[in-house]
Design a protein around this ligand. Structure first.
Ligand SMILES: [Zn+2]
Ligand SMILES: [Zn+2]
Length: 72
């Protein structure tokens, strides 16, 4: 019985982050590829969590956080 934790690997520094971390504690890069539309505020913000290799949000077409940080 192995209690297997899903690890998140930082795309920038390859640090193995905890699965519940949202940002890398080593370099500050985001670990979750969220839609950047949440920054615009307003009622209809997206905030959709995309796959790690997505450059644009699958839901609304805005840039993803990973693209803004130059990670994809
Ligand atoms: Zn990192
Ligand atoms: Zn979106």
């Amino acid at each position: 019985m192995s209690d297997k934790k899903e690890e998140k690997i930082c795309k920038r520094c390859l640090f193995k982050a905890d699965e519940k971390d949202q940002y890398c504690i080593r370099c500050g890069a985001p670990l979750i590829n969220r839609c950047t539309d949440f920054k615009t505020g307003g009622k209809h913000y997206c905030g959709f969590v995309n796959r790690p290799d997505a450059r644009y949000c699958a839901k609304c077409g805005h840039e993803t956080v990973f693209k803004q940080y130059g990670l994809v």
